[in-house]
Structure formats: structure tokens, C-alpha cells
Write a protein that binds this ligand. Structure first.
Ligand SMILES: Nc1ncnc2c1ncn2[C@@H]1O[C@H](COP(=O)(O)OP(=O)(O)OP(=O)(O)O)[C@@H](O)[C@H]1O
Length: 394
């Protein structure tokens, strides 16, 4: 690989690994310094914090980038298959081994082997892995000649391996062998200053569905805890790009999209929808809690869902509660009130759109004029309403 200047490497890296917090600048600096070595590296950090991004960047910036990076999620392979997954096997080595097959070490030859969720590596395999790292030699399951392992190992985990050593689940000698170069990624909540840059990065990623973000939306997003870290933020932006393409996301909309993302583990802002949808500029908006509390759909927080549903009907199933969700809260809900509030909101919206021409509002709602008048009486919506200052024209 042609040698790039250090400044160019750093510049490239800051476009892949976003964030100007001190922690992210340190991580990028470390990647630049250690990418040229072959030493093992252990990346730690909570789920979704970017461990795989770091591993890939390390590989791509190293002299091994012309070869493969093989990723093995140690927790995703059945216990009895992991040895053959790593080292390959010979035909007939075990029941079902109908053909010889290469393993990850062989496929990563000359490149990098990324062992994700290393804490899930079965204990008896840990010693075999350690031996390969020490001797740089391995054999396929079922025998054959010893192969040279020309790979750089990068391991990652979201668990605390020191605790796993104490409880006898992880070998201390393997830990030290992997942890030659440690990289620690903090949770997003511990580097909130990165949130705005990440949001703007993801908001501009999809050429067809770009959206922009207002200052009040940034205030909502930076005060949210992001338990799913950057992955959750990226998914939030994907949702926003579907539902708000070409528009500027407001604080209320950001709040609402957050609550959609945590439909199975959220409390919804109890304030009326109109207050949420039109926050005072610069207001510090309380945001969706990360606590795993059931969603309670009140009338007012269901209402803003409806335009979103109309805009993306194919996503309806992900917006609506499933039968198993506890949407009733501790003391239940009043369904009549919820439905009446929804009906009233639509009537007010139709009157606003039609400039209070009753016949036009009725058409927009698919109602007879007399039915609309009757509903307006029931909801005490005056024909000269206080929505606007117009005299009734219908
Ligand atoms: N600093 C960052 N800049 C840009 N994108 C990022 C950053 N960190 C994470 N991402 C994105 O967030 C998502 C999750 O990242 P990644 O898969 O690397 O997390 P992880 O820590 O490996 O998660 P897990 O432990 O669940 O495997 C990916 O889409 C990744 O591209």
C-alpha cells in the first residue's frame, strides 16, 4: 500500500469514525499509531458504540489492507462448531464434514481476524486459541500439516473480561495475550458532544431522503441517553429520513421519533401533543426515558402518529402497539376519550386547512356537512373557532 501522510490518514479516519470528543480524538490517534503494528488489540465498549467500525478502520489503515478481514462473532457459532469455524476441517473429521473446508485463520491469511464478542468464546477453545497466538501455527480439525497463521488478531467485547476472569469464565493468559493494545470506546451518553455531528452525518447520508435538524431537535437528542449508542442513533436517523425527508426536524418530532424507536421500553412525554410539537425555542425539553417502562398511549400522544402513518403506511405495524405490549398503564385508559381526541384533532386540522369553510372541511374528512356540524357541536368547536380569527364561512 502506498504510504499516506499522517495528516491524510487522520483526515480519512475522521470521516469514518465520527466525533470530536476528547475520547474519540484519542481513539483515532491510537488507531493511527497502532495500525502499522501486528500486535493484538482488544476493543471494549458497550453494544453499538462502534467496536466493529474501529476494527475495520484498523485493518483498512494497516499494511494488511490488501488482504481480507474475517469477522467471527464468537457468541453466534454453536459450541461444537467453533473449532472448525476457526481452523477449518478435513473431510470426514466429524459427522457432517462431507467436504474439507477452510477456517477463518486460513481465509484471513495475510489479513486480520476480528473476533467479536470474544467473551463468549467457549472456555476449552480459549486455550486452543491461545496456543495458536503463541506459536502462530494451527491445524485443521481432523489433522493434516500445521499451517502458518499470518493474521493480526483484533478482539472485541461489550462484557467486562476482568470480571469474567474472576468468575472463572475467561482465561487470564488469553486476556493478556489479546489485550496488548487496548482501545476503549465510551458509551454515547458519556460523549454527548459527538451527538450533533453524528446526527448531521447520518441525516445527510441518504441522497434521496436527506433531512435537516433544528436547534430544538438537537437539544432533545443531546439530552437523550441513547442506551443503544451510535447504532440506536443511526436507526433514529433512518426513521427520520423516511418520515421527514427534505424537511427540518423539530424538537417535538425528534421527541416523537425517539418514542417510536423505544416502543417496547419507553415512557412517553406526558405533555399534550401540541405542547410537544411546538416547543418554545431553546426550551429544555424532557426526553424519553431509557427506563424499561411500558408505553402508555394517551390520546394526545397518539394524535401526531397519524400523519406519520399516512406518510408511510408500510411502516404501520412498527408504529402500532402489538397485542403483547402493555399500552394500558397501571390503571387502564379511556378508549372513548382517546378516539374522541383523535376525531377532534382531525376536525380542527380540516377546519384550519379549509379556512373554516364547513363544506370543504367535511369533504376533507369524508363526512356529510350535517355530520360534521353535529360533531363540532358535540366537541364544542364553534363555527367561529378560536383556531383562527376567521368568521365562519360555511
Ligand atoms: N463513531 C462512529 N462514527 C460513525 N458511525 C459509527 C460510529 N460508531 C458506530 N457507528 C455506527 O453505529 C453502528 C454500530 O456500530 P458497531 O457495529 O461498530 O458497534 P459495536 O460496538 O461493534 O456493536 P456490538 O457490540 O453490538 O457488535 C454501525 O452502523 C456503525 O457504522
Amino acid at each position: 500500500m502506498a504510504k499516506m501522510s499522517a495528516a491524510r490518514l487522520r483526515d480519512n479516519l475522521s470521516k469514518i469514525l465520527i466525533g470530536q470528543s476528547a475520547a474519540m480524538r484519542d481513539v483515532r490517534e491510537l488507531i493511527c499509531r497502532i495500525s502499522a503494528t501486528d500486535s493484538s488489540c482488544l476493543i471494549t465498549g458497550p453494544s453499538g458504540s462502534g467496536k466493529e467500525v474501529v476494527a475495520t478502520a484498523l485493518h483498512n489503515m494497516s499494511g494488511r489492507s490488501g488482504h481480507a478481514i474475517e469477522t467471527l462473532n464468537c457468541g453466534a457459532v454453536p459450541h461444537d462448531l467453533i473449532e472448525s469455524e476457526l481452523f477449518g476441517h478435513k473431510k470426514g473429521a466429524f459427522t457432517g464434514a462431507i467436504e474439507s473446508r477452510s477456517g477463518r485463520f486460513e481465509r484471513a491469511n495475510g489479513g486480520t481476524l476480528f473476533l467479536d464478542e470474544i467473551g463468549d468464546m467457549p472456555f476449552d477453545m480459549q486455550v486452543k486459541l491461545l496456543r495458536v497466538l503463541e506459536t502462530r501455527r494451527y491445524e485443521r480439525v481432523g489433522g493434516g500439516k500445521a499451517e502458518h497463521a499470518d493474521v493480526r488478531i483484533i478482539a472485541a467485547t461489550h462484557t467486562n473480561l476482568e470480571d469474567a476472569i474472576t468468575s472463572g469464565k475467561f482465561r487470564e493468559d488469553l486476556y493478556y495475550r489479546l489485550n496488548v493494545l487496548p482501545i476503549c470506546l465510551p458509551a454515547l451518553a458519556d460523549r454527548r458532544e459527538d451527538i450533533e455531528e453524528l446526527v448531521r452525518h447520518f441525516a445527510g447520508q441518504d441522497n434521496h431522503n436527506r433531512f435537516s435538524v433544528g436547534a430544538d431537535a438537537i437539544a432533545v437528542l443531546t439530552s437523550y441517553d441513547w442506551p443503544g449508542n451510535v447504532r440506536e442513533l443511526r436507526n433514529f436517523c433512518e426513521r427520520a429520513s423516511v418520515l421527514h425527508a427534505g424537511r427540518t426536524l423539530s424538537g417535538g418530532e425528534a421527541q416523537f421519533l425517539l418514542s417510536l424507536g423505544r416502543a417496547h421500553a419507553m415512557t412517553v412525554d406526558p405533555r399534550p401533543a401540541r405542547e410537544i410539537a411546538a416547543p418554545a425555542s431553546g426550551a429544555n425539553i424532557p426526553v424519553t426515558s431509557a427506563r424499561p417502562v411500558a408505553a402508555v398511549h394517551t390520546a394526545k400522544n397518539v394524535v401526531p402518529l397519524l400523519p406519520a402513518l399516512a406518510a408511510a403506511p408500510s411502516e404501520a405495524s412498527s408504529f402500532l402497539p402489538s397485542p403483547g405490549d402493555d399500552i394500558l398503564g397501571d390503571s387502564g385508559v379511556n378508549l372513548r376519550t382517546i378516539l374522541a381526541d383523535i376525531e377532534q384533532s382531525y376536525i380542527e386540522a380540516a377546519l384550519l386547512r379549509s379556512d373554516h369553510v364547513i363544506a370543504e372541511a367535511a369533504r376533507l374528512l369524508g363526512l356529510q356537512r350535517t355530520t360534521l356540524c353535529e360533531k363540532m357541536r358535540r366537541y364544542d368547536i364553534a363555527r367561529e373557532t378560536d383556531i383562527g380569527s376567521h368568521a365562519a364561512k360555511g
